[in-house]
Ligand binder design. Structure first.
Ligand SMILES: [Zn+2]
Length: 315
């Protein structure tokens, strides 16, 4: 029986997707429809204890809002970035929120008195895209989020693999250009050092002598300028696309998926990303079956929806 089949007519899940700057929050029905959304600042600079208090307060407020509206909050799902031990319910490590071994699931379950699941932001986003979004109807999905960094979720039959230590899916740290640009992880030549949205902006600034006039160009600007035929932008963009194709080809060799769903800020580039990336990926396929390469469908709601699905699964 699926969670939706078991649901009561007024059941909702309280869902939070906690990022470094903001929290996206929602009340989600078991069928994946959203009945209420809120946004709150994370203010990570206050330190992890204050962030945890805000998460608990916001979750409690949402459960109260649900009850006031005649709904029945049945579970709580929280997504956070970094390394997440979903089995233990612990936010192990996060660079941008500052978590170090925070037992967030048990803290939240104690405060709200609801069954609670803690998940990784990209893995639950992949879960939502695989079950409700662009990967719907395909059993084997690789979801790749390209923004400040690059991370992935491998979802099989609606379940995202977590890895033995909560760190599965770090596709951004596949070595694609040995001796290439320095990555945030300390190694040279990782995929995300060449092809994340921030890497594209940084590499373009370096190639052009760095934003002398006005605001620095974003990755979207680089895509625009590449499409307009500007040589520096075209070079940086082409290098990013080739590196992404190498990374995704490695992913396809490992996972043999039906669909690769690309989300995050860079996916906003649309055909300027997907057309050359699809061609470059297919060039790299020899015996492999070609995956469908598609844009994510749920936008920045994916994390909240996925946190809700995870909570329903764990209930
Ligand atoms: Zn790296």
């Amino acid at each position: 029986m699926s969670p939706a089949d078991a649901a009561g007519p007024a059941d909702v899940v309280v869902a939070l997707d906690v990022g470094g700057t903001g929290m996206k929050c929602a009340l989600v029905r078991p069928d994946g429809s959203t009945v209420h959304t809120e946004r709150h600042p994370t203010d990570a600079g206050r330190g992890p204890d204050a962030v945890v208090e805000t998460i608990l307060d916001v979750a409690e407020g949402l459960a109260g809002k649900a009850r006031a509206d005649g709904l029945d909050p049945v579970a709580l799902g929280i997504a956070v970035p970094g390394v997440v031990d979903e089995t233990a319910g612990v936010a192990v490590w996060s660079a941008n929120v500052g978590f170090r071994d925070v037992p967030l699931r048990d803290l939240a379950a104690a405060r709200l008195g609801l069954p609670t699941a803690l998940g990784h932001d990209v893995r639950v986003g992949g879960l939502a895209e695989a079950r409700l979004g662009a990967g719907r109807g395909t059993g084997h999905v690789l979801f790749v989020a390209i923004g400040t960094g690059i991370a992935a979720a491998h979802v099989v039959d609606g379940v995202a693999a977590t890895g033995a230590h909560g760190a599965a899916g770090e596709i951004g740290h596949i070595l694609v250009r040995p001796g290439g640009p320095r990555c945030g992880c300390g190694r040279d030549g990782c995929l995300e050092a060449v092809a994340s949205a921030s890497a594209i902006a940084r590499r373009y600034a370096e190639a052009t002598g760095g934003g002398l006039a006005g605001t620095p160009a974003s990755a979207a600007d680089v895509a625009d300028r590449a499409a307009a035929g500007e040589p520096a932008a075209a070079g940086v963009w082409a290098e990013a696309v080739e590196a992404l194709a190498d990374g995704l080809a490695t992913g396809q060799s490992l996972y043999d998926v039906e669909s690769i769903v690309v989300g995050g800020g860079l996916a906003q580039a649309g055909p300027r990303l997907f057309d050359p990336l699809r061609a470059a990926l297919h060039e790299r396929m020899t015996f492999h079956r070609r995956p469908r390469l598609v844009a994510a469908a749920l936008g920045d709601e994916a994390g909240c929806l996925g946190a809700a699905l995870l909570a329903l699964d764990a209930r």
